[in-house]
Design a protein around this ligand. Sequence first.
Ligand SMILES: Nc1ncnc2c1ncn2[C@@H]1O[C@H](COP(=O)(O)OP(=O)(O)O)[C@@H](O)[C@H]1O
Ligand SMILES: [Mg+2]
Length: 375
Amino acid sequence: MSHTPVPAEFPEVLAAYALAGRLVSAEPYGSGHINETYAIVMAADAGPRRYIFQKVNHLIFKNVPALMDNVRRVTEHIAAKVRAAEGEAAARRALTVVPARDGRTFAQDAGSGFWRVYDFIEGAHTVDRVETEAQARVAARAFGDFQAQLADLPGGRLHETIPNFHHTRSRFETFRRAVAEDCVGRASEVKAEIDFAFAREADADVLLNRLARGEVSERVTHNDTKINNVMLDDVTGRAVAVIDLDTIMPGLPLYDFGEMVRTSASSTFEDDPNPGNMQLRLPLFRALVEGYLGSAVGGVLNATERAHLGFSGKLMTYENGIRFLTDYLQGDTYYKIKHPRHNLERCRTQFALIRSLEAQQGAMARIVDEVFGGR
Ligand SMILES: Nc1ncnc2c1ncn2[C@@H]1O[C@H](COP(=O)(O)OP(=O)(O)O)[C@@H](O)[C@H]1O
Ligand SMILES: [Mg+2]
C-alpha cells in the first residue's frame, strides 16, 4: 500500500468526467486483487452521490477498449431487462457505466493507464469468502440468472479478451513446455507435483471434446465467479447485481460453475500454506447445485452439463493448480507472490482440493441427482 490514498493521476481522471457537484472524498475501496478500486463521493445539489473509479489492470487485460466494449454491451442488455421487469427502481440491479466527457466508456491518464467509472451500488455489500450455505445458494443463483440474462445478447460473439482463458489443453501444453524448459531449475524439486499433473492430463480434454461434438454449448460466461463479485443486499442478503465483468467472454457455463466449486465450496483459501486444511465441503457444494439448478439457467442445462457439474469443479481446480505450478517453474513471472514458495504452496493446496474432489465424486453425483430430481 502506498502512503497516498489515491494516485497522483486521479485529478486528471476526474476531470475527464462530468460528474455533478464537488469532490468530497476519494479513497481505496474493496479487496479486489486485480484492479485498483476507489470509492469517491461528490456533493451535488440533489445530495451526496458515490461512484466507483477503477484503474484497469492492463498488464492482465491487454485490450481495454475491447474489454469495455464487452462491458458496455452486457451492462446495457441487463439494464434493459431489469428495467422492463422491475421498473426504474431496479437500476442498481445492473452495473452502470458512467461515460466520460468524450462519450467513451473509459478515460486514459497521461501515464497511459485506463480508468472507468461505475455508479456506486448502494445498500449492498460483498463478502470475501462464503460463510454460509445460504450465501453459496444466493451466489450460484445470481451467476446462473446472469448467464440466462445474456442468452439473447445481440450483436454477435463477445471479444475474447484473454484468448484461451479456460482452454485447459493449451494451459496443459504451456505447463508441459515449462517442465521441459525448466528455466530456473526447479523441476526436480517439484517432481511429485509434476507427476500429479501429468497423471490427470486426460481431464484437460473432457469438456473440450464434448464441445467439439456439440454435446455442451458455448454461452456468455462471467469467468470469475467468486462470491465477492456478487453484490448482496444489506437487508435481505439476496443478490443485487453481478459485478466485475472484465473476464466476460464466450465460454462454457460449466467453467463458471466449476470456479464456484473451487472457490466457494472449498474449506480454505487457495494459498493456505497447509494443504491439509483444504477439502471439498459437501454441504456448500449442495447449496451451489441448488442455487444454480434453481436459477434461470437451470432449466436449459442439458443432461451432459448436469452430469459434469462435479467434474467442472475438478477441472477448474486442475487448471489453476497447473497454472500456479507453471508460474513456479517459470520463476514467478505471472502471479504476485509474497514469498519464494508462494506459487508452489498455491499449487499444492489446489492439488489437495483435487484429491478431495476425486474422493467425493460419487457423493457429488448423488447430490446433483437428488437436487435435480426434486425440482
Ligand atoms: N459499482 C459498485 N458499487 C459498489 N461497490 C463496488 C462496485 N464495483 C465494485 N465494488 C466493490 O469493489 C470490489 C472490487 O471490485 P471488482 O470490480 O470486483 O474488482 P477486482 O477485479 O479487482 O476484483 C468489489 O468486490 C466490491 O466490493
Ligand atoms: Mg472482483
